[in-house]
Ligand binder design. Structure first.
Ligand SMILES: *Cc1c(COP(=O)(O)O)cnc(C)c1O
Ligand SMILES: [Zn+2]
Length: 410
């Protein structure tokens, strides 16, 4: 890894070599990848990036990149779309949607998995594994299949049918646990101790989480190398939020952004699983675990690994973490679909509902250029919308159509 110096403990600062290890042996703090930013700054340019692949790997110098063949289905370089109709409805002048539903397995998890498995393979692993709330399972199974690796993914037993089908199709092993994501995660932490498997969000988590930075890199590049004024990020473990924030800062550190970003980062959760939002509201430093009971299953992590850091980051930049009511989630999904023609999953519904609330309360102001991260697609979470029957025509005739539309001309 050309620009990677090693791993460092986020708590005590001890250094470790590049290895499949995620916690500090001295203080149990999480390990993070450390780069030689001077070396990166002297080599990366905006033009060089523009000539790179249309994927996350255009930012390879700012990622763990072992140099061999990558595990790459083409994740990343998803559209940043203007959202004028939603902006008008909410009362914003400039709103953008980063639509990560267009990734290979239709969620932002393809970014992290491409990085995690590329690193895992360089360590010699042949089996990819994970604990997942759904989308990660899809991404791990697909990337493993494409790389000729075996996969073993662990999920809670109450996931949406679409998420399960979109995982089993790739031919790996899918194991459902009676319990919540947090139970699944505990099991995986135990398994990682004595199985020679690359658990993307356990033993290779330091590399995995770096993949989320590419969301920030793309947003900045797509805005013409500028940082937005505000961003709304869905929060499960809190990794995407903290890495989006880190990614923006890195662009400035290596000279790709002229000005230090002052982006206000807002986190979004659903009330049924909102441990980070609750800690934020209470002014607490630590996150107290909860039992997840939310329709937004992809955000259903009751004991978020990066919750503490997400709280620290939003407080440092003047942001917030909001919990929206459970019944606002489907409304957020339909609002986005109705105004912008984008069908997002429940996590996107949480993001849009949070954005709506932040604008209504004046936390995000009309003139702030805002980006909402839409991290997955709605076809995987059809259950959340309930039954939506079409209007039945009594016969295939013009009269029947006019009757069905109630004489209203459209
Ligand atoms: C996993 C996931 C998130 C949040 O991820 P964290 O990095 O764990 O906070 C957001 N949206 C979707 C659709 C996801 O699958
Ligand atoms: Zn430590």
């Amino acid at each position: 890894m050309k620009y990677v110096e090693g791993l460092r403990c986020r708590e005590c600062g001890r250094d470790y070599p590049v290895a499949p290890q995620h916690v500090c042996e001295f203080c149990w703090g999480p390990l993070e990848v450390v780069y030689d930013y001077d070396a990166i700054a002297s080599e990366v340019t905006r033009a060089g990036i523009a000539n790179g692949p249309e994927s996350i790997w255009r930012y390879a110098p700012l990622l763990p990149d072992p140099g061999g063949e990558r595990v790459d289905l083409g994740a990343g370089w998803t559209p940043l779309r203007r959202a004028p109709r939603l902006a008008a409805e909410l009362g914003l002048d400039r709103l953008w949607l980063k639509f990560d539903g267009l990734n290979p397995t239709h969620s932002f998890k393809d970014r992290v998995v491409s990085v995690a498995l590329t690193t895992a393979r360089s360590f010699g692993y042949n089996v990819a594994a994970c604990a997942s709330t759904g989308n990660l399972a899809n991404a791990v199974a697909a990337h493993a299949a494409s790389a000729g690796m075996d996969s073993v993914v662990f999920i809670p037993n109450d996931l949406e049918a679409g998420k399960v089908a979109a995982t089993t199709v790739y031919g790996g092993r899918v194991l459902a646990v009676d319990g919540s994501y947090d139970d699944v995660n505990r099991l995986c932490a135990e398994l990682a101790g004595d199985h020679p498997w690359a658990f993307v969000n356990v033993n290779v988590r330091p590399y995995y989480s770096e993949g989320s930075k590419t969301m920030a890199f793309e947003v900045a590049e797509q805005l013409g190398w500028r940082a937005p004024e505000a961003v709304v990020v869905p929060v499960a473990s809190g990794s995407l939020l903290t890495k989006f924030n880190k990614g923006l800062k890195e662009l400035h550190t290596v000279g790709l952004l002229n000005e230090e970003p002052t982006t206000v980062v807002h986190g979004a959760q659903a009330e049924g699983c909102s441990p980070v939002a609750r800690a934020f509201a209470q002014g607490a430093v630590e996150v107290r675990p909860v039992k997840p009971r939310t329709i937004a299953k992809s955000l259903g992590i009751g004991n978020p690994a990066d919750g503490y850091y997400a709280l620290r980051d939003v407080r440092a930049c003047g942001g917030t973490i909001t919990a929206v009511p459970e019944d606002a989630v489907a409304r957020g999904m339909t609002l986005l679909a109705r105004t912008e023609g984008l069908f997002t999953e429940t996590a996107g519904g949480v993001t849009i509902a949070t954005l709506e609330r932040l604008v209504r309360e004046g936390t995000i102001t009309r003139d702030q250029e805002t980006v909402a991260l839409i991290t997955g697609v709605g076809l995987k979470t059809l259950e959340a919308l309930g039954h939506n029957e079409p209007t039945h025509l009594r016969e295939a005739s013009v009269e029947a159509v006019d009757h069905a539309l109630g004489g209203v001309s459209i």
